[in-house]
Design a protein around this ligand. Structure first.
Ligand code: HSE
Length: 346
């Protein structure tokens, strides 16, 4: 079967996805009987290219990685806007990978709505629309017989949302604790190794871990968005930003980090969600700073890693850990979502 995709946003994640589609083309065809054709790529900086028979991805990637945008891709730039392409192009799945805006989720939410209203399925790694508008978008998807997938919004390709939705079906989730912001965990780990806060932040920035607006990571906003997404998926609860308690790592001193180590403890930025007495409400929704004893499963998460501990009625404690960011890791989340759409729907 052939699945035609339109990619909006071609930064790190889009390029990581394209690399995986090239590398795994044969496997996708032989094992999953799926021929993925990228019929369009739309970007803010380089414009848009389309080919209804599928773009030559290797050539497009080579042009982009050489710093030439689409200039050496062999394709003419399109004059249509992003919205026009989403509304008019012939594709099966929109892959929405634009930059996260946690204030209003735009322009991504509008792009997602346009595709769903056409009955096209959507995969996104964008935290804004999912944190702020999950219920509305899921209803829209259902109304138009389309599918909305967003595994990459929390812990990149490490399976968490699909795990909760599918593999833990039938369990009552009572509580979730997690480290879901890789860059703050990296900074804390480097401070444990002796770096001052500012130097650790600088290093995280140089390694490309921090969001364009570093406050998202350092002041805890990114973790808040992930709490909102987890609340929707695990507990069916819609939270507003100001309903999540927040404290980021900004302001923590090396002295405090060293004092904790002296007591066999570590500072971690931990998200916490706890089921409330009544359906549809939570007893706790936090993205805060916590001192963890060395025995806590999350105390072992080092560097840019992420981890989630899920407490349920039957399986007391399930721990998942793995990468929480990265071009190929998040690209893989998209590929996994695409395969599940193809096996469920196509
Ligand atoms: N800035 C985020 C982090 C990227 O550090 O975890 C992944 O959402």
């Amino acid at each position: 079967m052939t699945v035609k995709i339109l990619i909006v946003g071609f930064g790190n994640v889009g390029q990581g996805l394209a690399e995986l589609l090239v590398e795994k083309e044969r496997m996708l065809r032989e094992k999953y009987k799926t021929d993925v054709q990228v019929v369009g790529i739309v970007t803010r900086h380089w414009g848009a290219i389309v080919d209804e028979h599928g773009l030559a991805l290797s050539r497009v990637l080579a042009s982009v990685l050489a710093g030439k945008g689409f200039a050496h891709s062999g394709y003419d730039l399109q004059s249509q806007t992003t919205a026009e392409l989403i509304e008019n192009l012939d594709y099966d799945v929109l892959i929405e990978l634009t930059i996260t805006d946690l204030n209003n989720g735009e322009p991504a939410t509008q792009y997602i709505r346009l595709a769903l209203e056409r009955g096209r399925s959507v995969i996104t790694t964008n935290k804004g629309p999912i944190a702020l508008h999950l219920k509305e978008l899921e209803t829209l998807a259902k109304t138009h017989h389309a599918v909305l997938k967003y595994e990459g919004t929390v812990m990149s390709g490490t399976p968490v949302l699909n795990l909760i939705e599918h593999n833990l079906a039938g369990l009552e989730i009572r509580k979730i604790e997690g480290i879901v912001n890789g860059s703050s965990n990296y900074i804390l780990t480097r401070m444990e190794e002796g770096l001052e806060y500012d130097d650790a932040v600088k290093e995280a920035r140089e390694l490309g871990y921090l969001e364009a607006d570093a406050s998202a990571d350092l002041d805890g906003w990114d973790a808040v968005a992930k709490v909102m997404i987890l609340a929707g998926v695990a507990f069916g609860v819609t939270l507003k930003v100001d309903e999540v308690q927040r404290r980021g790592i900004a302001g923590l001193t090396r002295r405090e980090v060293e004092d904790a180590l002296g007591q066999n403890k570590v500072w971690r930025q931990v998200v916490e969600l706890e089921r409330g007495e009544q359906e549809g409400c939570l007893r706790a929704a936090k993205a805060g700073l916590r001192l963890l004893g060395n025995g806590h499963p999350l105390a072992q998460i080092k560097g840019a890693g992420n981890g989630l501990v899920i407490y349920t009625d039957v399986m007391p404690l399930i721990t998942v850990s793995g990468p929480g960011a990265g071009r190929r890791e998040t690209g893989y989340a998209v590929l996994n979502d695409l395969l599940s759409i193809c096996t469920e729907q196509c």
